[in-house]
Every structure is written in structure tokens, then in C-alpha cells.
Design a protein around this ligand. Structure first.
Ligand SMILES: N[C@@H](CCC[C@H](N)C(=O)O)C(=O)O
Length: 298
């Protein structure tokens, strides 16, 4: 039995879709209730609502992990993006999810537009991230620096694809390839070296469409498909787009520039200034509702 209304929203960022649970004061979905089994049920596309993950919208004060992962920034992060992958696991960071998170703070009346446009520091298990709304729609996120993790390979159907490991708070292996990414089977996680990624990895397969003269004056334009840790193939990954953009610039000997990243679910833009990484893209709330007692009891 849940005392308060178990309100729920469905939303997405470039079709990376999430079940969003508003729980500002940590009353509706305390961690012991929102366990891995319930996350898996919510994300089930037939027996639940369906999603690549769950975002709990909660104040940092009600998240037991927050002091450890935010450290001195705890007091600056009123809000915490409590993210779960569809398999129930926690991830450090989610670039599409955090844009949707800010959008939900706005649509739920938990934040005013002026504050959102100024940019808000949100806690994540990867540390604090600043996210903001653009006056003309869309959202930006300061994702922090991309951290190279060294060279590694992915294997798909007996073919080896050389790649670059990149951390965006969470681990990625980016393979730039001339093989048309739309022809690859990403149903299963590509083979990787487990010693390089002891906590698992998200794998991005990338075609570089333009290494210069990209749309909107960007430095490069790529197309990406991704197999996400804890989910499977998704239609977009914000951290993956950042990792792919970093690997693309790095292959051209650059550390700064803007990369347009096309994913199956839309378009993201990633800008590097040599210090940090700014991800931009849309966020959409599709529906709002209430979970039924019948389903919760099931
Ligand atoms: N889709 C997300 C990343 C979600 C976490 C990832 N599956 C992991 O386990 O690291 C994004 O938009 O960044």
C-alpha cells in the first residue's frame, strides 16, 4: 500500500525513454520500495509502462548515496537525478535523462523558468552536473570533461572493431568504423575486454559522416548506434554521444570543437572547449498518470 499518490510521467530525450517518478520529498519511492524488481516491472514494455530506465525526481536530502557522491557540492544540489537502467542497476550519469529531469522539474512546477534558464546544479551518482533550459526550447548540460581510458576492441559477428574507451562519468567504448552502422547487429552487447571495463560498458558504433563543414558550422558530423549497459540497444545515449564526439575529434588530433551527433531517435550536439563538454538536445514529456493499486499489487 502506498500512502501518497504514485504519480508517474513518461518522457524521452531523442527517444531514449524513461519512466519518471516525481518524489520530491522521498516519501513515495524510498529506496527499499523502488528496488530492482520494481524498476524492471516499470520498464517492461508489455507488462509495465516501458522505458530504457527510471528517473526518480527527488531532493538530494532524501538520497542516502548523495553525500558520498556529491561531497562538498551536496549543499549546492537541491535536486538529485536518481537514475536506474531498465535492468534495475544504477548508472553514474545519463545525458538524455538529465535534460528530461530538468524538463520535468519545470512541468511539475518544482522550478521556475528563470532559474532553469540560469542553469541548475543537479546531483548524480557521477557527481554534480549543471543543466539549463534554452529560451527557444531544448536543454544543455555541462557534462564535465571526457576522460580517455585507452584503446580497446569490440567484436561483432567475428569482426574486430578498434575503439577508444572514454569515461563520461560512466564507461564507454567508441568504435569509429567505415562499416555502415545501420547494418550491424547490436541486439547483444558486442564482445569487449572485461578487464578494461570491470563495471561493464556502453558500446557506441560510429560512422563519421563529415570531418569538417558539418551542419550548423560544426567541426564534425557523425551517426551513432549504441548498445547500453543495463538496457540493450537504445535509440539514443547522451553520454554516448559525448564519448563518440570526443573520439571523433581525438581521431583528427583535436580537443575542441562542436560535433553534430545523429542517433536513431534524433539529433544531439556536443561542444568541447578543451576543458569541458556541453551536450544539447530536446526533452519531451509524453504522458502523465497514476500507477494503479492493481498493478502495484501484482
Ligand atoms: N542513456 C543514457 C545513459 C544511461 C546509463 C547507461 N546505460 C550506463 O549504464 O552507463 C544517456 O543518455 O547518457
Amino acid at each position: 500500500m502506498i500512502d501518497s499518490d504514485p504519480r508517474v510521467l513518461l518522457g524521452h530525450g531523442t527517444e531514449n525513454d524513461f519512466v519518471v517518478l516525481p518524489d520530491p520529498d522521498g516519501i513515495v519511492w524510498p529506496e527499499q520500495r523502488l528496488d530492482g524488481a520494481l524498476v524492471r516491472r516499470l520498464c517492461d514494455r508489455r507488462a509495465g509502462l516501458g522505458g530504457d530506465g527510471v528517473l526518480r525526481v527527488v531532493r538530494s536530502a532524501h538520497v542516502p548515496d548523495a553525500p558520498a557522491v556529491l561531497g562538498a557540492a551536496l549543499g549546492d544540489c537541491e535536486w538529485f537525478m536518481d537514475h536506474r537502467n531498465a535492468d534495475g542497476s544504477h548508472a553514474e550519469m545519463c545525458g538524455n535523462g538529465i535534460r528530461l529531469y530538468l524538463h520535468v522539474l519545470l512541468t511539475e512546477g518544482l522550478l521556475d523558468r528563470a532559474a532553469a534558464e540560469a542553469g541548475v546544479l543537479v546531483g548524480t551518482r557521477g557527481g554534480p552536473r549543471r543543466v539549463g533550459a534554452r529560451p527557444d526550447g531544448g536543454y544543455w548540460v555541462d557534462m564535465g570533461p571526457a576522460v580517455p581510458l585507452g584503446r580497446g576492441d569490440a567484436w561483432i559477428a567475428g569482426v574486430t572493431y578498434p575503439g577508444l574507451g572514454v569515461s563520461m562519468g560512466n564507461p564507454h567504448l567508441v568504435c569509429l568504423t567505415d562499416v555502415e552502422v545501420d547494418t550491424l547487429d547490436l541486439t547483444a552487447l558486442p564482445g569487449v575486454d572485461p578487464a578494461m571495463f570491470p563495471d561493464g560498458v556502453n558500446v557506441e558504433m560510429v560512422n563519421v559522416l563529415a570531418a569538417e563543414d558539418a551542419p550548423g558550422g560544426a567541426e564534425a558530423h557523425v551517426r551513432l548506434r549504441v548498445h547500453e549497459r543495463g538496457v540493450g540497444e537504445t535509440r539514443s545515449c547522451g553520454t554516448g554521444a559525448c564519448a563518440a564526439a570526443y573520439a571523433t575529434l581525438e581521431a583528427g588530433g583535436r580537443t575542441a570543437g562542436t560535433v553534430v551527433v545523429d542517433v536513431p531517435g534524433g539529433r544531439l550536439t556536443v561542444a568541447f572547449d578543451g576543458t569541458t563538454t556541453v551536450l544539447s538536445g530536446p526533452a519531451v514529456v509524453v504522458a502523465t498518470g497514476v500507477l494503479t493499486e492493481e498493478w502495484l499489487a501484482g
